[in-house]
Design a protein around this ligand. Structure first.
Ligand SMILES: [Zn+2]
Length: 92
């Protein structure tokens, strides 16, 4: 848990860090992972974000060391794009 009683933002030294639930987005081994409602402190001025370490540890435990399964579809084999012959209108 993060104590957030009017902490001054260490990035801009102007804004104040506020407790928020935001979406954590990170790329693990080429796969985009988006986790909504992660506890974090976010600056109300420059939007610098400091995620809750407990939440990040849980996300890392879920993703694991090998990362999430790839979200890429295997390439389909087939003719692919076939060029059509151009058909011009007949001359009059
Ligand atoms: Zn700031």
């Amino acid at each position: 848990m993060i104590a957030s009683h009017f902490l001054t933002c260490p990035a801009c030294l102007v804004g104040r860090l506020q407790q928020r639930q935001i979406t954590y987005v990170h790329v693990y081994n080429g796969t985009l992972v988006s986790v909504p409602n992660v506890s974090a402190l976010q600056c109300d001025f420059c939007r610098a974000t400091e995620y809750d370490t407990d939440s990040l540890q849980r996300i890392d435990a879920l993703v694991g060391h090998s990362g999430p399964p790839p979200n890429r579809q295997p390439r389909q084999k087939g003719p692919g794009i076939v060029a059509r012959p151009r058909v011009f209108p007949p001359e009059i």
